[in-house]
Design a protein around this ligand. Structure first.
Ligand code: UFG
Length: 328
């Protein structure tokens, strides 16, 4: 079965490609390599370098390969940047997926798994977020993902394109083989920044705000291993093939860890101490985001294997230690 993975050279996409190939799928990757890395693409995947907004490349991919299902990871995902450059986000994330859906419609492909986000919720007034919570994004990144979810809904009713949208909480960790991991430029995520500080690549790191209404005053997040996310995409593919019904699912571990707890755990795992300073709050950060993934557990038969922060950080550390400069 041929699966087209848009954005398969990115952090989560490349891990999904590894899982797909390990489980015997034939994988075609389409990535413009603006954020993704060629070296992250599994050697057995067929890579096309091009942009979703360029119909000539998507036409070529669909003509040269009998695509059964799509997985779409291709998007910009920096929350802060999305606030200062919203049009860049709408152009890439919404228009890019719009062109992809047009190509699907044109070539008669009717199943897609879409990479959505917890940022679609904004700041719900609840301890544990389920899929029935109100969606009210606090930044353009979350808005663009929610806009695509809505576009998918209408494409389902008009063209019969069935979809599963997966709302990830905080993706973290690296492939157990150590071959691929997290490498963003610029890096803004907590765990890679913490590990880069442990490696002395950064002389110190900052905690953005310790005056939140949380047990230790720092923000709480639900960290979910990237291979568990990859596994959920494969389970979503199976569900789509078996039931041809669309759905939206949260993916998280259901446990919240504060920024301080993450840093303390990283110090324990790495066996290294490093300077940490308190900075003012980062704009747009919700105090607490923790998922209920009960729906995914029940309907997709998915459950996270990397269910502790220690295990997640261990795999990330293995990658950073062996690849201090990422894919460079
Ligand atoms: N943080 C620090 N110092 C740093 C980096 C981050 O204190 O140097 C804090 C942030 O302020 C936040 C927490 O660590 O409180 C986690 O921050 P990340 O940047 O790692 O992740 P976010 O929760 O901001 O965002 C992530 C993804 C988004 C997604 C969101 C959904 O990056 O794409 O989860 O929950 F939308």
């Amino acid at each position: 079965m041929n699966i087209l993975v848009a954005g398969g050279a990115g952090y989560i996409g490349s891990h999904a490609v590894y899982e797909l190939i390990e489980r015997g799928f034939d994988v075609v990757v389409l990535d413009n390599l603006v954020k993704g890395h060629k070296a992250a693409v599994h050697k057995d995947a067929k890579l096309y370098v091009g942009d979703l907004r360029d119909d000539s490349i998507t036409d070529k991919v669909f003509k040269e390969n009998k695509i059964d299902t799509l997985i779409d990871f291709a998007a910009f995902s920096l929350v802060g940047e999305s606030v200062s450059k919203p049009l860049k986000y709408y152009e890439n994330n919404v228009y890019g997926t719009l062109r992809l859906l047009s190509a699907m419609n044109k070539f008669g492909v009717n199943k897609i798994v879409f990479s959505s986000t917890a940022a679609a919720y904004g700041e719900p007034d609840t301890d544990i977020i389920n899929e029935n919570c109100t969606t009210s994004p606090t930044n353009p990144y979350g808005e663009t993902k929610l806009a695509v979810e809505k576009m998918l809904k209408w494409c389902d009713s008009a063209y019969g394109i069935k979809y599963v949208a997966l709302r990830y909480f905080n993706a973290a960790g690296a492939h157990i083989s150590g071959k691929i991991g997290e490498d963003h430029y610029p890096e803004s995520h907590l765990i890679p920044i913490t590990l880069q500080t442990a490696l002395n690549i950064r002389e110190k790191m900052f905690i953005f705000g310790n005056d939140y209404d949380t047990p230790d005053g720092t923000c709480v997040r639900d960290y979910i291993h990237v291979t568990d996310l990859a596994d959920a995409h494969i389970k979503a593919l199976s569900k789509l093939s078996e039931t041809m019904t669309s759905g939206i699912y949260n993916l998280g571990n259901g446990k919240g860890f504060s920024v301080k707890e993450v840093i303390d755990t990283a110090k324990k795992i790495t066996g290294r101490d490093f300077p940490v300073e308190i900075e003012k709050r980062r704009a747009g950060d919700p105090s607490r985001l923790v998922a209920s993934s009960e729906k995914a557990q029940k309907e997709l038969k998915w459950s996270p294997k990397f269910d502790s922060l220690d295990k997640i950080i261990e795999t990330a550390w293995n990658w950073h230690l062996n690849n201090p400069k990422g894919y460079l």
